[in-house]
Design a protein around this ligand. Structure first.
Ligand SMILES: Cc1cc2nc3c(=O)[nH]c(=O)nc-3n(C[C@H](O)[C@H](O)[C@H](O)COP(=O)(O)OP(=O)(O)OC[C@H]3O[C@@H](n4cnc5c(N)ncnc54)[C@H](O)[C@@H]3O)c2cc1C
Length: 386
């Protein structure tokens, strides 16, 4: 039987769920309050330079999930792309993630892997046996020098607080490689859609069973006569922020133009606390197969999100987790709505995880229909519910 489905949000979550349900014969209406599809993955050409710009910050596709890789390649041609990030810290430029080159350059040495490992162990603060904070954890792993050059300033700018106030869980694994691999991601499949993410998402939405309305914020009247809603907007927004606002960090991008090549790489971090921005991204380097005479860059500043700002990174510290638990309970008592995606589940999700969860959510709806739960993944624990 064909159901009438309302999807709030035309980002990756909404597009993938919509496509799967439309292919199964449902009628799908997708609305988005923004003037464009694609959510935070939206890309467009810069009017001045013709460079493809990642409007809400740089997006690199990387995954180990073969099904997801096959899925995205069905809708767009992907070009190989490896993210090689650099950082400017204490007056020099280094490669990230910290690798053998970074360590040898920082200490002016020529160590081989085992020597570097032994050396870093001698730098680590072994008096810290039970690290509680991000600072403790970093000191325990790499010692004070590398912590101060590469972690402290950047992290404090990103989170807007002292590194010693952040939980140790932010730095789970040893963030260092004892070889010369400077590929930022470990995943088997890495690449960029040749013409950006907007055409990719447009192709996913291109189905006779899907209608898309832009500049259209959700209003409760839209729920009338609808069999099910998939909500990829903010979880607290669905409840009109009745219990308060879940905390987010937002980003301000200062866009500027130059001629030629501004910085020689796509992403340059700035580790020093006295530089107010966290990084500069130069967008033409995300499409190295293109050629442009001029260039466009973003200086990226991080701050606490206020009402009306784009919510980027969920904060998920103790206070937010308690509020999140309240909203999860409210959601579980709501009928006919499933909360999806990064905002609907208040989690940071890479694009491949977003797509995987959207595919699983759509498949579950095709099995369960009106028995569909409020969440496919528990927002508090990340555990799969379907
Ligand atoms: C700075 C940054 C960089 C990132 N870089 C990467 C990367 O390199 N690689 C990677 O894999 N992932 C990256 N991500 C993650 C990626 O952006 C997400 O995986 C993806 O955007 C999630 O898609 P979504 O559809 O769940 O959410 P969104 O893209 O946020 O889409 C939600 C949509 O819902 C709409 N909406 C919200 N409320 C309403 C409402 N009330 N009414 C109507 N419409 C509404 C919004 O306008 C939005 O378009 C990055 C994220 C950020 C913040």
């Amino acid at each position: 039987m064909s159901n009438s489905i309302l999807i709030v949000g035309a980002g990756l979550s909404g597009a993938v769920i919509g496509r799967e349900l439309a292919e199964a014969g449902h009628r799908v209406r997708i609305i988005d309050s923004r003037a464009h599809i694609g959510g935070n993955c939206y890309t467009e050409r810069d009017a001045k330079t013709g460079v493809l710009v990642h409007v809400y910050g740089p997006h690199i596709f990387h995954t180990d999930d073969q099904d997801v890789w096959v899925y995205v390649n069905r809708f767009a041609r992907f070009r190989p792309f490896k993210n090689r990030v650099k950082t400017t810290a204490q007056g020099a430029v280094y490669a990230l993630p910290i690798n053998l080159h970074t360590i040898n350059q920082y200490y002016g040495k020529t160590m081989r892997p085992a020597e570097a490992q032994a050396f870093l162990e001698s730098q680590a603060d072994t008096s810290i046996t039970d690290p509680q904070s991000f600072e403790d954890q970093a000191l325990r792993f790499v010692g004070r020098d590398l912590y101060e050059a590469f972690f402290k300033g950047y992290t404090e700018k990103q989170w807007g607080c002292e590194a010693r106030e952040l939980p140790a869980s932010i730095l789970k694994r040893l963030p260092v490689r004892f070889n010369y691999d400077d590929n930022y991601f470990f995943h088997k499949f890495q690449g960029m859609p040749e013409n950006g993410y907007t055409p990719l998402i447009a192709a996913i939405l291109e189905h006779p069973g899907i209608s898309v309305e832009l500049d259209t914020p959700f209003s409760p009247a839209m729920a009338e006569g609808v069999d099910h809603i998939f909500w990829s907007g903010a979880l607290d927004g669905y409840f009109d922020f009745s219990n308060g606002r879940l905390g987010y960090r937002t980003l301000d991008f200062e866009r500027f133009h130059d001629t030629g090549d501004y910085q020689g790489c796509a992403v340059m971090n700035y580790g020093d606390r006295d530089v107010p921005y966290t990084r500069i991204t130069e967008h033409k380097h995300f499409s190295p197969w293109e050629s442009h005479a001029d260039t466009v860059c973003y200086r990226e500043f991080s701050r606490a999100a206020e009402p009306g700002d784009v919510p980027y990174y969920p904060i998920r510290l103790l206070e937010e987790r308690a509020l999140l638990a309240d909203y999860v309970e409210l959601a579980q008592h709501s009928k006919g709505v499933t909360f999806v995606g990064r905002l609907g589940t208040y989690r940071y999700l890479d694009m491949d995880v977003t797509i995987r969860e959207a595919l699983d959510t759509a498949a579950a709806f095709l099995r369960l229909g009106s028995e569909m739960p409020a969440f496919g993944v528990d927002p508090l624990t990340g555990a799969k519910q379907l």
